[in-house]
Ligand binder design. Structure first.
Ligand SMILES: NC(=O)C1=CN([C@@H]2O[C@H](COP(=O)(O)OP(=O)(O)OC[C@H]3O[C@@H](n4cnc5c(N)ncnc54)[C@H](OP(=O)(O)O)[C@@H]3O)[C@@H](O)[C@H]2O)C=CC1
Ligand SMILES: CC(=O)C(C)=O
Length: 318
C-alpha cells in the first residue's frame, strides 16, 4: 500500500511545497541516512537541509537509495538547502549552492534559503571567531546576497528562493529591492514562540512561514537543564491525552492547522512515523486558543552571541 503523503501548499511563484517535512539539524552523519530512508519510506517528501549541518552527503546517500529502489522519483521530492553566513558575498552564492548540490547528489534544489541575514567573515571556518572567542562579521548587505540567489534561479540551480530568520523590516526591504520575491521565511515557531504577528504580516505579502524547531528543539546544543521542555508542558500533555495523540503530534498539528509549513527533526524511526500522522484529526478552536496562550517569547535560537551584528534580526517587535 502506498503511504499517505502530507498535503502541499501553493507558493507565491505557483510551485507546490509539502506542508510537512523532515528536519536534519543535529542528525549525526552516522544516523541521518537511515532517518531519511525511514522518512521517505513512510511518506515524507520534503527534506530540510543546510550546508552548515555537516551531513548533506549522508542525506544524499539516502535520497539516491530511495530513488534507486523505486520508492520515489527526484520530482516527487522537495529538497531545501541553505546558504551559510560565511558565503554572503554575491559571487559566493552560486558556488556555495553548487557545493550543496554536490553533497546531496542532486542537479537542482527545490528551495534555497539565506540561512540568516547576518554575514560572517568569509574564506575562514564556518564559525569564525577571534582569539577571545568573539564572532567575526562582515557587513555584506543581504540585498546583495539576494541578488546572488536570483542568479541561482536564473541558472536553474533552484526552483524557488527564500529567507530564514528575517524580521518583517528585513523582508520588506528585500521586497522593495528584488526581482524575485522570497516564497517563505523559515523561522523558529512553536507554542512558546507562536510568531502570530510575523505570520500574519507575511501572509499579507503572500509569503509562507516555515516553522523550525516546532517541538522546541530540546536537543539544541546550548539547552540548559532548567529550560522548560515544550513536550512536557502539562496543558499540552493534557490536550494530547484528550486526542489520544503524542504531545509532538499536537505541536505539529498546531502548525499545519494554522497553514504553517512544519519541519520536525527526528532520527528515531517510530517518532519519524508518528510525527507525520497529523492529517487525520483536527484540534478544536478552543484547543488551538489554549495552545496559542502558551506564547511567552520563549526563543530557543536567539543567537545572543552575535547580537552586535547590524543585521541580527531580533531587535524589532516582529
Ligand atoms: N533555519 C534555521 O535557522 C533553523 C532551521 N532548523 C530546521 O528545523 C528542524 C527542526 O528543528 P530542531 O531545532 O531540530 O528541533 P525540533 O523542534 O524538531 O526537535 C527535535 C528534537 O525533538 C525530538 N523529537 C522528535 N520527535 C519527537 C517525538 N515524537 N517525541 C519526543 N521527542 C521527539 C528529537 O529527538 P530524536 O531525533 O532523538 O528522535 C530531537 O531531540 C531542524 O532539524 C532544521 O532542519 C532548525 C533550527 C534553525
Ligand atoms: C540550526 C541552525 O540552522 C542554525 C543554528 O542556524
Amino acid at each position: 500500500m502506498s503511504p499517505k503523503l502530507a498535503p502541499s501548499v501553493k507558493l507565491n511563484n505557483g510551485k507546490k511545497m509539502p506542508i510537512h517535512g523532515l528536519g536534519t539539524w543535529k542528525s549525526k552523519p552516522g544516523e541521518v541516512t537511515q532517518a531519511v530512508k525511514d522518512a521517505i519510506a513512510c511518506g515524507y517528501r520534503h527534506l530540510d537541509c543546510a550546508l552548515v549541518y555537516g551531513n548533506e552527503a549522508e542525506v544524499g546517500v539516502a535520497i539516491k537509495a530511495k530513488i534507486e529502489d523505486g520508492t520515489v522519483k527526484r520530482e516527487d521530492l522537495f529538497i531545501t538547502s541553505k546558504l551559510w553566513n560565511t558565503f554572503h558575498s554575491k559571487s559566493l552564492v552560486v558556488p556555495t549552492l553548487k557545493e550543496s548540490l554536490t553533497n546531496l547528489g542532486l542537479d537542482y534544489l527545490d528551495l534555497y534559503l539565506i540561512h540568516w541575514p547576518m554575514g560572517y567573515k568569509e574564506n575562514a571556518e564556518l564559525f569564525p571567531k577571534d582569539d577571545k572567542g568573539k564572532f567575526l562579521f562582515t557587513d555584506v548587505d543581504y540585498l546583495d546576497t539576494w541578488s546572488g540567489m536570483e542568479d541561482a534561479v536564473a541558472q536553474g540551480l533552484t526552483k524557488s528562493i527564500g529567507v530564514s530568520n528575517y524580521n518583517s523590516e528585513q523582508i520588506q526591504r528585500t521586497l522593495d529591492n528584488c526581482k524575485i520575491k522570497p516564497v517563505t521565511n523559515q523561522i523558529e515557531c512553536h507554542p512558546y514562540l507562536n510568531q502570530k504577528k510575523l505570520i500574519d504580516w507575511c501572509r499579507t505579502k503572500n509569503i509562507y512561514i516555515t516553522a523550525y524547531s516546532p517541538l522546541g528543539s530540546p536537543d539544541r546544543p546550548w539547552a540548559k537543564p532548567e529550560d522548560p521542555l515544550l513536550l512536557e508542558e502539562p496543558k499540552l500533555v493534557a490536550i494530547a491525552e484528550k486526542y489520544k495523540r503524542t504531545p509532538a503530534q499536537i505541536a505539529i498539528r498546531y502548525q499545519v492547522q494554522r497553514d504553517v509549513i512544519v519541519i520536525p527533526k527526528s532520527v528515531t524511526k517510530s517518532r519519524i512515523e508518528s510525527n507525520l500522522q497529523v492529517f487525520d484529526f483536527k484540534l478544536s478552536s478552543e484547543d488551538m486558543k489554549t495552545i496559542d496562550s502558551f506564547d511567552c517569547n520563549g526563543r530557543a535560537l536567539h543567537l545572543d552571541w552575535v547580537k552586535e551584528h547590524k543585521y541580527w534580526p531580533f531587535n524589532t517587535e516582529f
